[in-house]
Design a protein around this ligand. Structure first.
Ligand code: GLN
Length: 605
């Protein structure tokens, strides 16, 4: 295993995560298999308890790990699936060591940061680097490790010490350190200043780590004399100094590295023997296409708007993936949901008017996931507006629950319909607490990670967008769900429950079949969207918002027909039977007895 460690200097927010992911993309384009580890030196065991409005979104993995949003960058850039252990935190390491100490594993020794914590860090890295993450067997060739924070932070000291020991242990040909730093340009003289980088490299050296590559963030390309200066003072060869100047979109970064031969330098340091010029056609094409787009598609994000767009990072990335696929320039209009509420009309009429004016201008509405009751009423009003005015709507997790509550109130006339999360005493609890495990034990009740959804209706937009597969696996993060006892009432009034779990008790997808696009999902499709492979439901939203949905569904239909899958049983994986109800074809999975009678296609009509 070869390791590339990415550290950051001078200031935070330099784009270390994007740099590390782009290095991964570059190495992958050279034919290598790449995995990654993110180290977060905070004390939280994982990101699950951290506020997305302070720290950015909590990214959810297949295995239910609630991790730092940088793991989302790695998954999207490298098209891999990471595990919770790929995110190391101080909390996790200390917990591991303290648990060992309590078991008596240290045999009476004094347990110390060095060597016990530092050993645990190294063991963790070596173990996790071996886990295959790209769907192939056996370990990857290269593991990119990103150390969060900035060199010199007190919190990261044990990790720096551990990584110093680790680089020595694995040997020089197996360890490459890329230090991402800042070269500011002083506006008065327009000069690129090297001193901050010199200082941060000095800091790095004093802690026992020698950089092999300097990746310098700057507004402009580094001038030759600046590179020479950095080379002289930081003891890094000139060809190993790479400029990461500002670019119009982050998809340019892998090509930026390739153009400066970063792969050749890394190959030399790690003896990778890369000879072929990596082809990054797809990345370049996508980055250039993104720059050229000028026709806009406007989507309203109705949520708790706090100004930190990282709180909804994966949702934004998914919207972007889908817009680029539809050749549209994405414009996200942030609508603070509480501004849509009647109370705001009285307290702050200007904000109220601005929010409604914005909502009425957009091409599509998205209500993302969320916790707590702030702004819920505003979200319900947004869903109502989308339903009544036939505006494309996608509700994710809480956004789906909102759509169901709104339907119960407006269509079923249940004025007090609510989620028991917001009103435990409601007479019409259409969303209820449904722990997957114990109903009495309140801790750890979140339904997390990848779960299966079976399609029960095939003649609908969501099933078609998912290529009429009989089931899909998407990631979850919630406690509350649609009340299964009320489904019949909803269905009779026209709200269809398209997807359910294997028990048929958990509602996963709702859709209004007589609406241009009104879909709610209990899962979070945003965690599996990739550039070039947008999540189907985001693609549907954007396509519906810009009038391309029929074309897309038609194209999918043609492809499916060509593959012999036009009967609504994609992949032929789960045998299904179909029967009619008022709302379209319904599909239910077969009982074992019926299974025995199903035909080769797995379909009984
Ligand atoms: N608060 C809701 C629940 O726990 C929705 C969660 C979410 O949107 N992620 O079910």
């Amino acid at each position: 295993m070869k390791y590339v460690l990415v550290t950051g200097g001078v200031v935070s927010g330099l784009g270390k995560g994007v740099t590390a992911s782009s290095i991964g993309v570059l190495l992958k384009a050279c034919g290598l298999r790449v995995t990654s580890i993110k180290i977060d030196p905070y004390l939280n065991t994982d990101a699950g308890t951290m506020s997305p409005f302070e720290h950015g979104e909590v990214f959810v993995l297949d295995d239910g790990g609630e991790v730092d949003l940088d793991l989302g960058n790695y998954e999207r850039f490298l098209d891999i699936k990471l595990t919770r252990d790929n995110n190391i935190t101080t909390g996790k390491i200390y917990q591991y060591v303290i648990d060992k100490e309590r078991r008596g594993d240290y045999l009476g020794k004094t347990v110390q940061v060095v060597p016990h914590i530092t050993d645990a860090i190294q063991e963790w890295i070596e173990r996790v680097a071996m886990i295959p993450v790209d769907g192939k067997e056996g370990p990857a060739d290269v593991c990119v490790i990103e150390l969060g924070g900035t060199i010199g932070d007190i919190e990261s000291m044990p990790f720096i010490e551990a990584l110093g020991q680790f680089s020595y242990r694995v040997g020089p040909g197996n360890f490459c350190l890329v230090h991402v730093s800042l070269v500011p340009v002083l506006s008065v003289v327009g000069e690129q200043k090297t001193k901050p980088t010199q200082h941060s490299v000095k800091g790095l050296r004093s802690l026992g780590l020698m950089p092999n590559i300097l990746a310098c963030r700057s507004t402009t390309i580094l001038e030759e004399n600046v590179k020479q200066k950095l080379c002289q003072f930081c003891h890094v060869p000139e060809e190993n100094i790479i400029t990461l100047h500002d670019v119009s979109n982050i998809w340019h970064v892998p090509s930026l590295l390739r153009d400066q031969k970063a792969h050749v330098v890394i190959s030399k340091v790690l003896n990778l023997g890369i000879i072929n010029e990596p082809s990054m056609k797809e990345w370049t094409a996508r980055a250039e296409l993104c720059d050229r787009l000028n026709e806009t598609v406007r989507i309203a994000m109705v949520g708790k708007y706090t100004g930190l767009s990282d709180s909804y990072l994966s949702v934004l990335k998914s919207l972007l993936d889908a817009s680029v696929d539809c050749h549209k320039k994405l414009q996200v209009d942030w609508v603070p949901s509480s501004d849509l509420e009647d109370v705001t009309a009285k307290e702050n009429p200007e904000a109220y008017k601005a929010a409604w004016d914005l909502l009425k201008e957009v091409d599509g509405i998205l209500v993302p996931g969320g916790f707590g009751d702030r702004g819920v009423q505003g979200k319900i009003l947004a869903a109502k507006y989308a339903r009544e005015h036939k505006i494309p709507y996608l509700g994710i997790c809480l956004g789906m629950q909102i759509a169901v509550i709104e339907f119960a109130r407006s269509v079923l006339g249940m004025k007090d319909a609510n989620s028991s999360e917001f009103d435990p005493d409601t007479k019409n609890p259409c969303v209820i607490f449904m722990p997957e495990g114990s109903k009495t034990h309140m801790g750890g009740t979140m339904r997390l990670g990848s779960r299966r959804t079976y399609f029960h209706v095939s003649d609908c937009k969501s099933a078609k967008l998912y290529d009429n597969k009989s089931y899909i696996d998407e990631r979850h993060r919630h406690r509350y769900e649609v009340n299964p006892d009320m489904i019949e009432k909803f269905e009779d009034a026209g709200l269809s429950f398209i997807g359910k779990d294997e028990s048929g008790q958990r509602m996963e997808i709702v859709e209004l079949l007589d609406h241009p696009y009104f879909i709610g999902v209990q899962f979070h499709p945003e965690f599996k969207s990739r550039p070039g492979k947008p999540s189907p439901l985001f693609l549907g939203l954007i396509a519906a918002a810009c009038g391309q949905l029929d074309d897309i569904l038609l194209k999918k239909g043609v492809v499916m027909a060509a593959n012999g899958l036009s009967n609504g049983n994609g992949n032929g994986s789960i045998p299904m039977k179909m029967h009619q109800n008022g709302n379209g074809n319904k599909m239910t999975s077969l009982s074992p007895r019926e299974m025995a009678y199903s035909n080769g296609n797995g379909l009984i009509c």
